[in-house]
Write a protein that binds this ligand. Structure first.
Ligand SMILES: *[C@@H]1O[C@H](CO)[C@@H](O)[C@H](O)[C@H]1NC(C)=O
Ligand SMILES: *[C@@H]1O[C@H](CO)[C@@H](O)[C@H](O)[C@H]1NC(C)=O
Ligand SMILES: *[C@@H]1O[C@H](CO)[C@@H](O)[C@H](O)[C@H]1NC(C)=O
Ligand SMILES: *[C@@H]1O[C@H](CO)[C@@H](O)[C@H](O)[C@H]1NC(C)=O
Ligand SMILES: [Zn+2]
Length: 786
């Protein structure tokens, strides 16, 4: 701790020196903005595409089985042009959230540490899970999934390295605009609990403003962009099995595609975009937002749901939000593309409109907070109170209209309710003090009081402020609701504008560095809808964050160091894992890995058609093919029939890689590759290829590949033809009813084994050591438990 303080003192000294050196801007600088040291980098973080529970909906049966789009880490190093140590890194992750288990060490010495690196999740609900360190967040993934975690860490490090190596002089601009049709409030009745005077100041019940940070080189050519806009990445629903970046991941691909494409020339015909443009869509105060903008309707009757509780006939599992293309019945892929397109179109429009050049100092503050015991003092922005040990309320089990699930457990659903009631019963009954502290929340899971086999939810979280000139990024460790985010941003804005100018832009980066569920306003908390029930540190959670953020921003304004705060436990080494490894892969006799079992059709395809081929395959967990692909779409060189040009990979929105086993215990598997031929596809001869790695009973995985027959694609002027519509989920195996039943329910066996083990351990601890938990130090408690 002393070391850290000395470190801060050193930084402080450096900061004071620099602020004097760069105190005055020349007239030129003020107009064009300051020159900064800037680097951008992107790396693949796509984890295991089979067997692993997808993170977010917490639906135990929702296991990965292929890829829609790859997931990426996009890193932005932003630093002072003169002083190398004065820099920060913003990393946007196509992950559900950042994991506290990821800690940076030894990356370019101590140039990048937890203090100046922000890891922010976009909140996709279609990425492989199991990489968080707290039990509640990894129950449905059968505990910790090392494969997910390792890929995430490797990708983050790779992205930061690339950004670091890309550092060169550049400039920044910031602008904002309104995007009306890409989010809706999914808890509008809780929003209405906020004071009318406060609500009257805002036109909408979600934030509609998208902020865009433009990253430019010194010639003002584009190098990258980051946007912040609040919308849940739940466009793709909770029965999907393909890995996807959901609406923000796809929006990033659209923006990067636009930047790389033709038509970006200026009046002189010069390219206005540099190569390797990195565009990120960051999450903001996402808590009560939904991409299902048409509202929530009853699945059976088609009537709007009852508003107060989001129920149909008194039950909530039938109340489902509708995306713009809900009728497509395609797991939400079409709606996803629409919500993605709306965000990328807005970003492009903002890119092309006037923006404010950024000039001024670079700075950052970071603090760990023990959220179980913060005293909140009354102020213009906060009411007096105190925070509580973590606990989840009953409505947490009800889920949301984005899909029952999302630590989103179904209410009324037999497994969900019984499961959580049983868990709740075996966990400690909350103390009277805890009940009073969390009131009016009825406590379902008193997670903050259980420390066996290890922590269930965080006690220590982190907050962080990054500043470059007029742009201030507030990094929050969870999902703030619309009004909660507004209060926090406004408090900081009002505090700093006097010193940094009224043109300061304060943005909020959600799900950053640590995940600790939701944060509502005090008034919304009283409603105890899903978000209030999931506000784990009690009614004063938001006010505690406001108080602590104001403390950090004040210190930043006054060039003072701040206390680092208590360190959270790192529990990665003591994680429980129950996901079974891949034993071996095999093929039916006479076949081979990569053999085409169903070829493309002998027809001429056109734009809008789906091409499909099925290959004999192996488990994708053998090799996640990081920065590689499980499939390619290739086009034959019209001049040279031996040459094939790569057109698409498994990361492109137009391709899908579906992986399937005939039954859970089978070593055989197939890969179904589909390609939805996009508009503007060149005529020619094409083929699909599949790549994978199979595992022998002895020895490591070996690569294989397979190639479909060639097929022709013609433009729209070609005579239309008819061919069979493919069903994406169909595979060649015909299952008996019994096999289907086993297949559909077998995931429950390991989930219940895991739950049973957990409960056994908890029960054992409860009976063996009935010692009162007097220690408030997390390490001590963990040692007692170990
Ligand atoms: C842009 O084009 C003009 C005219 O062709 C040329 O003089 C100028 O150098 C170009 N600028 C850059 C940055 O390439
Ligand atoms: C998800 O999409 C599938 C396919 O369109 C559909 O069958 C299912 O009912 C949807 N589930 C939810 C919760 O919307
Ligand atoms: C609180 O608000 C009042 C009224 O707007 C203002 O006069 C006062 O300066 C504020 N106090 C602080 C500490 O910001
Ligand atoms: C595909 O497999 C063949 C046969 O094993 C191998 O020779 C070839 O190099 C592979 N191609 C690629 C692109 O991996
Ligand atoms: Zn969420």
């Amino acid at each position: 701790m002393a070391g850290s303080l000395r470190h801060s003192a050193y930084l402080l000294a450096a900061a004071v020196l620099l602020s004097t050196a760069h105190g005055q801007l020349t007239g030129e600088n003020a107009r064009k903005g300051s020159t900064y040291s800037i680097g951008v980098g992107k790396a693949d973080i796509t984890g295991p595409a089979a067997d692993v529970n997808l993170m977010g909906y917490a639906a135990p049966g929702q296991l990965a089985a292929g890829i829609h789009t790859r997931l990426y880490a996009r890193a932005y190093v932003i630093g002072d042009a003169q002083e190398e140590r004065k820099r920060f890194v913003f990393v946007n992750l196509d992950a559900c959230m950042a994991s506290q288990g990821v800690t940076l060490t030894e990356l370019y010495g101590d140039l990048y540490t937890e203090k100046n690196v922000a890891l922010s999740g976009i909140h996709t609900h279609s990425g492989p899970g199991g990489y968080l360190q707290y039990i509640l967040y990894i129950i449905t993934s059968l505990g910790f999934v090392r494969e997910s975690f390792d890929v995430l860490v490797a990708g983050i490090v790779q992205a930061i390295k690339r950004a670091h190596e890309d550092v060169k002089p550049g400039m920044l601009q910031v602008t904002a605009g309104e995007l009306l049709d890409a989010n809706a409030n999914r808890s509008p009745t809780a929003y209405l609990a906020n004071p009318p005077e406060e609500r009257a100041r805002y036109k909408h019940n979600t934030d509609k403003s998208m902020t865009l940070l433009k990253v430019l080189d010194t010639e003002e050519r584009g190098r990258g962009a980051v946007t912040w806009f609040p919308v849940h990445c739940t466009s793709i629903n909770n029965t999907n099995s393909l890995i996807s970046g959901d609406n923000k991941g796809v929006a990033a691909q659209f923006l990067e595609g636009w930047a790389a494409g033709a038509g970006q020339a200026d009046a002189n015909g010069n390219d206005t975009m540099g190569s390797n443009f990195v565009g990120a869509f960051g999450q903001a105060n996402v808590g009560d937002t939904s991409p299902n903008v048409l509202g929530a309707f009853c699945y059976d009757t088609g009537e709007p749901c009852e508003k107060e509780h989001s129920t149909c006939n008194g039950r909530n599992e039938m109340c489902i939000g509708r995306g713009p293309a809900w009728e497509a019945d395609d797991y939400g892929y079409k709606s996803n593309e629409i919500i993605a397109r709306r965000q990328s179109d807005e970003a492009i429009e903002l890119w092309q409109s006037a923006a404010t050049p950024i000039s001024g100092d670079i700075d950052y503050r970071h603090a760990f907070l023990d959220m179980s015991a913060i005293t909140v003092y009354p102020s213009n922005y906060t009411r007096a109170g105190r925070t509580c040990r973590a606990a989840m309320g009953f409505s947490f089990a009800a889920g949301t209209t984005d899909g029952p699930g999302a630590f989103d457990f179904k209410q009324g659903d037999t497994e969900g309710t019984i499961f959580w009631r049983v868990v709740s019963h075996f966990l400690k009954d909350p103390s009277t003090e805890q009940i009073a502290c969390q009131a009016p929340k009825p406590i379902l899971l008193d997670t903050g009081s259980v420390h066996v086999p290890y922590e269930w939810q965080p006690t220590i979280v982190e907050i962080q402020i990054l500043r470059v000139g007029q742009l201030v990024i507030l990094c929050v460790p969870g999902e703030l609701t619309t009004m909660a985010g507004r209060r926090l941003r406004e408090a900081v804005h009002q505090q700093v504008e006097g010193v940094w100018g009224s043109d300061v832009t304060v943005v909020l980066a959600g799900l950053t560095n640590t995940y600790s569920s939701y944060v509502t306003t005090f008034e919304e908390y009283a409603m105890q809808r899903y978000e209030g029930a999931s506000t784990i540190f009690g009614p004063h959670t938001l006010d505690a964050y406001i108080q602590e953020f104001l403390r950090l921003s004040k210190a930043m304004m006054e060039n003072k160091a701040t206390e680092p705060g208590p360190r959270p436990p790192n529990m990665i080494s003591k994680q429980w894992s129950f996901l079974t490894p891949v034993v071996l892969d095999s093929v039916p006799s006479g076949s081979h890995f990569g053999a085409v079992t169903e070829d493309v059709l002998p027809v001429v395809y056109k734009e809008g058609d789906k091409v499909r081929a099925v290959f004999q395959s192996a488990c994708p967990r053998n090799n996640v093919r990081l920065e590689g692909t499980f499939l390619t779409v290739e086009r034959q060189d019209p001049e040279d029939s031996d040459k094939w040009e790569l057109v698409y990979t498994d990361s492109d929105v137009s391709t899908k890689y579906h992986w399937a086993r005939p039954h859970v215990l089978s070593p055989e598997s197939t890969a179904t590759i589909t390609w939805d031929i996009p508009e503007g596809t060149l005529s020619g001869t094409y083929r699909l290829r599949h790549f994978g790695d199979f595992k022998h009973i002895l020895g490591g995985p070996a690569p294989f590949n397979g190639t479909s027959g060639n097929f022709e694609v013609h433009g729209l002027d070609v005579k239309p033809h008819k061919h069979h519509k493919h069903d994406d989920n169909r595979h060649k195996f015909e299952l008996s009813d019994w096999e289907r039943y086993v297949r559909e329910h077998s995931f429950l066996i390991p989930v219940f084994l895991f739950a049973l083990l957990l409960l056994g351990t908890v029960l054992y601890r409860q009976t063996v050591s009935r010692r009162p938990a007097v220690s408030s130090h997390p390490y001590e408690r963990l040692e007692v438990a170990a």
